[in-house]
Design a binder for this molecule. Structure first.
Ligand code: BTN
Length: 266
């Protein structure tokens, strides 16, 4: 299977205006998962981008599968080597989510929002998912892999997800060159990532809150098959969701939690 023209390394590189994100790029036709590939190549430079035309074992959050058909959508992972305390790693996800949200809104002219912590949605449906994984290399140095799946040109979805998934094509009627979306997303994520490294989540907390679809809405928090209902009030200084449950403010961390709207996905 050949690599589709619109994700060639040269096209991505030539169109990406960044300091270190996607300055080194590895493109594959079909692999199990770009996150796995990034981990197997964690000695590559900070900001290396791994892109695949399709994945046979794409992974989502909470052990879910990420269906990854050939030639239509974006499956990519960024290898990052931040020098930050390990407990701040989850906040990189928020920077990535905001970057993707900005990039898709501006480039495609859609109203994209963030479903905390890092699903990108338009209307009531999901356009993009992000998974951030912390690992250690053979010398014990930590690194982070941010995996991003964006539904770009797919028009039909598996029965399991068709009620909650959409694509840029479905949302706008336009077919997109994937390298253009990748380039825009890299530029925006690098911007927020740098802000985060320099000044922490506080540097873009207000902007994140403006783009967050959950704030001011009733939500259901699901953990270990147990669910509890509350009202989403705020995002904390550390990027946690603040939910009022039975009159009390509860801080929810992203880890193993799934958040839903009261009447549907958002
Ligand atoms: C989620 O919403 O659950 C996160 C989905 C993340 C999917 C992407 S596709 C590229 C990268 N490789 C993977 O195996 N997963 C991420």
């Amino acid at each position: 299977m050949d690599i589709s023209y619109d994700i060639s390394e040269k096209l991505i590189k030539d169109n990406t205006d960044t300091d270190f994100f996607a300055r080194n790029i590895c493109v594959y036709s079909q692999i199990s998962s770009t996150n796995t590939m990034a981990k197997q190549n964690c000695d590559m430079p900070d900001g290396t981008l791994f892109v695949a035309d399709s994945q046979t074992n794409g992974r989502g959050r909470l052990g879910r599968e990420w269906i990854s058909p050939h030639g239509k959508d974006i499956f990519m992972s960024i290898l990052l080597k931040p020098k930050i305390p390990i407990d701040k790693t989850a906040q990189i996800t928020l920077a990535a989510g905001l970057g993707v949200c900005r990039a898709l809104s501006e480039f495609c002219g859609i109203k994209a929002k963030i479903k905390w912590p890092n699903d990108i949605v338009t209307g009531t449906k999901k356009l993009c998912g992000i998974i951030t994984e912390l690992s250690f290399d053979k010398n014990g140095e930590s690194y982070v892999v941010v995996g991003i799946g964006i539904n770009v040109n797919s028009e039909k979805f598996d029965d399991l997800i068709k009620d909650k998934a959409t694509s840029l094509k479905n949302a706008t009627g336009t077919h997109y060159n994937r390298y253009e979306i990748i380039s825009k997303v890299m530029t925006e994520i690098e911007r927020y990532y740098k802000l985060f490294i320099e000044n922490g989540f506080a540097a873009f907390r207000d902007e994140y809150k403006k783009m967050c679809a959950n704030i001011g809405k009733d939500v259901v928090i699901i953990k270990d098959k147990q669910s509890v209902q509350g009202f989403c009030d705020d995002i904390s200084q550390n990027g946690e969701l603040i939910v009022i449950i039975n009159g009390e403010k509860v801080t929810v961390q992203s880890g193993e939690v799934s958040v839903r709207g009261l009447y549907g996905y958002i």
